[in-house]
Design a protein around this ligand. Structure first.
Ligand code: G3P
Ligand code: CA
Length: 266
């Protein structure tokens, strides 16, 4: 089960299923984790936010309208901000039907449920703290949730990639999270100016930019500072090949099956 050696091939470039295998199942649901598993992904990216009563939940947008039926279930609410709904309210929502009728009834998962499912399938996790400015103290909440599941801190035998990475566009949030969880690698989303890379390399482990923003020189500069580059969101095989030619360490994609094929060609 989750703690054993990983018998799958260790990829030269890491494939990361963005919001789960979100081309094939509703993003940030357990169905998207299952799809990633079926497609033989090694790693899943998920977004974490916090409910009104302090529970950590997996969802991308900071409001509920796009990926749930919140407006139908709660027609009288003035705001559909994730932060304004309790976990009990969020659990009444359907986070799957918008993607396809076969996913109707798929709930908004909690972080804990997602961690358990990923662990069961021996999938690794790239966890994005989404919009941490809306959730003061969320880094400590995430750290506490992870400390309850120590397997996430143990390296996988024969697996050269980290089992768990935490990332955010908010660099101060990542600094706080790193201070709380110094053994967990941390990634900075977006493009860090080259002259600042050395400063961040003192504590960060990855710089994870949009694939359209990178060049081989930029990737080299990050590598020279001792960090990795995992680039998003790369869905076209030609763009994947370009990113790999630039020297990236990981491809974050809605289509992990395509990434696995392209990576295997290299
Ligand atoms: O992992 C990279 C990617 O998830 C960042 O963008 O908007 O999809 O969270 P977004
Ligand atoms: Ca994300």
């Amino acid at each position: 089960q989750g703690g054993g050696p990983d018998k799958r091939r260790v990829p030269a470039v890491l494939d990361v299923a963005h919001r789960g295998a979100s081309a094939y199942a509703p993003e940030n649901t357990l169905a998207a984790v299952e799809a990633a598993q079926r497609l033989d992904a090694t790693t899943v990216e998920l977004d974490v936010q916090r409910s009104a009563d302090g529970e950590l939940v997996i969802i991308h947008d900071t409001s509920l309208e796009r990926t749930t039926d919140a407006e139908e279930v709660f027609p009288d609410r003035e705001s559909y901000a994730v932060a304004d709904f309790t976990l009990a309210e969020l659990r009444r929502l359907d986070a799957g039907a918008w993607f396809g009728a076969e996913f109707a009834g798929e709930p908004v998962p909690t972080l804990d449920e997602a961690l358990a499912r990923l662990h069961r399938h021996r999938l690794n996790l790239l966890l994005e703290i989404k919009s941490p400015e809306l959730y003061p103290g969320i880094e400590a909440d995430v750290a506490s949730a992870l400390r309850d599941r120590p397997a996430w801190f143990a390296p996988r035998p024969s697996w050269r990639w980290p089992r768990l990475v935490i990332q955010s566009f908010d660099r101060e949030s990542m600094r706080r999270s790193h201070d709380l969880l110094p053994r967990v690698p941390h990634g900075l989303l977006g493009t860090v100016p080259e002259e600042e890379i050395g400063d961040y390399a003192r504590w960060a482990d990855q710089i994870n930019p949009d694939h359209e923003a990178i060049s081989a020189d930029y990737v080299d500069a990050v590598h020279d500072a001792g960090m990795q580059v995992h680039t998003y969101t790369v869905n076209d095989p030609g763009d994947m090949r370009t990113a790999i030619a630039h020297g990236v360490d990981g491809i974050i994609t809605d289509r992990p099956d395509v990434a696995r094929q392209v990576i295997a060609e290299e």
